[in-house]
Design a protein around this ligand. Structure first.
Ligand code: A2P
Length: 323
C-alpha cells in the first residue's frame, strides 16, 4: 500500500519539515532492539519525521531503524527522512554544543540531523545526565544563551545540522535570542495541545517566522506526568463521535489546522497508523470554535527547573510570564 503523503512546512532555513513527527521519548523506554523494531514499523507505515534527543536514549535505536528502513526499501534515501535531536541541558554551554551534536550523530549513525534544538533554556551540572537528575539542586546559576546559540549556529555552518531551533522558550527568551542571532531559530518546540493552546506564544512565533512544534499533543496520555484533559475532553469526544474519528485524531487535526507540527508518541502500530490518518478530512468552522471552550492548564510546569540558585527563581520567570 502506498503511504499517504504528509504535508510539509517550509522552515525559515528553507528546509521542508513533515507536519507530523513521531516522538520517541518514554520514561520507561523499551529495549533498544524493541524500539528499533517499533521505529521500523513507523517507517513502513509512512512516518518521515522522527523526534529524538540526547536525553531520551533513543538516538541509537532510531539510527538503526533508519539503516534497516533503507535496507527494506521503506525509504529510498536518507534525504527522505527528517530527524530532530536536542542538546541536553548538561551540554548547554558554548564549548560543549558541537561535541554533543557529534556524539548524537555518532549514535544516530548519520552525518547530519535535519533539526537540532536547545532542549531547555538553562544549564544543569555536567554530571546530571538522565531524567532522574532533573532536580533543582542540579540547575547551574547562569545560562549563556548568546554563546550557546553561537555554537548552535556553528553546527549549521559545519553541516552537522540543516536547521537549528529551541524548545521550551517563552516570548522574552525568544526576543533575547533573536536580538543576538545571526541565524534565527527555525522552530520552537513547546507543550501544545487543545488543553494548553499557547495562543500568545504561537502568535509571536508566527510574527517572527518561527515554526511551532507541539510536544505532548495528546497530553502524554496515561504516562506518569501526563493528563487526560485532551483524550478525555468531553468537547473533543463529542466532535470525534460525530465525525467517526478518534479523540486523538481530532486533537492532532486541530493542531495541524493551527499551523503547528505535532510530535506524537505512540509505540503501538495501530495507534501510529491512526495518528497519521488526519490529512484527508477537516474540522468545520463550528467544530474549531468549540476548542476555545476547553479549559486551559499547562501539563508540565517544569518546577524542577525553578531554583533559588538558577536563572529562574519563579515559574513566571521560567515561562516568561505565561501562567
Ligand atoms: P502508546 O505509545 O501506547 O500508543 P503524547 O504524544 O501527547 O506524549 O502522548 C503519548 C501517549 O498517548 C502515550 O501514552 C501513547 O501510548 C498514547 N497514545 C498515542 N496515540 C494514541 C491514540 N491514538 N489513542 C490513545 N492513546 C494514544
Amino acid at each position: 500500500m502506498e503511504a499517504k503523503k504528509i504535508p510539509e512546512v517550509v522552515l525559515n532555513s528553507r528546509q521542508k519539515m513533515p507536519m507530523l513527527g513521531l516522538g520517541t521519548a518514554a520514561i520507561a523506554p523499551p529495549s533498544h532492539e524493541a524500539l528499533t523494531s517499533i521505529l521500523i514499523d513507523a517507517f513502513e507505515i509512512g512516518y518521515k519525521h522522527f523526534d529524538t534527543a540526547s536525553l531520551y536514549g533513543s538516538e541509537e535505536p532510531l539510527g538503526k531503524a533508519v539503516e534497516k528502513a533503507l535496507e527494506l526499501g521503506h525509504i529510498k534515501s536518507r534525504d527522505e527522512v527528517f530527524i530532530t535531536s536536542k542538546l541536553w541541558t548538561t551540554d548547554a554551554h558554548p564549548d560543549l554544543v558541537v561535541p554533543a551534536l557529534k556524539t548524537s550523530l555518532q549514535k544516530l549513525g548519520l552525518e547530519y540531523v535535519d533539526l537540532y534544538l536547545i532542549h531547555w533554556p538553562l544549564r544543569l551540572k555536567p554530571e546530571a545526565k538522565g531524567y532522574h537528575n532533573i532536580l533543582k539542586e542540579n540547575v547551574l546559576p547562569s545560562f549563556d544563551m548568546k554563546g550557546t546559540w553561537e555554537a548552535m549556529e556553528e553546527c549549521c555552518r559545519l553541516g552537522f545540522a540543516k536547521s537549528i531551533g529551541v524548545s521550551n522558550f517563552g516570548i522574552k527568551k525568544l526576543t533575547e535570542l533573536l536580538e543576538n542571532a545571526t541565524i534565527p531559530p527555525s522552530v520552537n518546540q513547546v507543550e501544545m495541545n487543545p488543553s494548553w493552546q499557547q495562543g500568545k506564544l504561537r502568535g509571536f512565533c508566527k510574527q517572527k517566522g518561527i515554526h511551532v512544534s507541539a510536544w505532548s499533543p495528546l497530553g502524554a496520555y496515561k504516562t506518569s506526568y501526563g493528563t487526560n484533559a485532551v483524550l478525555e475532553s468531553p468537547i473533543i469526544k463529542e466532535i470525534a463521535c460525530a465525525r467517526q474519528k478518534s479523540t486523538a485524531q481530532v486533537a492532532l487535526r486541530w493542531i495541524y489546522e493551527q499551523g503547528a507540527t505535532a510530535i506524537v508518541k505512540s509505540f503501538n502500530k495501530e495507534r501510529m497508523k491512526q495518528n497519521l490518518d488526519i490529512f484527508d478530512w477537516e474540522l468545520s468552522e463550528e467544530e474549531s470554535q468549540k476548542f476555545s471552550n476547553i479549559p486551559q492548564h499547562r501539563m508540565y510546569n517544569g518546577v524542577s527547573f525553578v531554583s533559588e540558585n538558577g536563572p529562574y527563581k519563579t515559574l513566571e520567570e521560567l515561562w516568561d510570564g505565561d501562567p
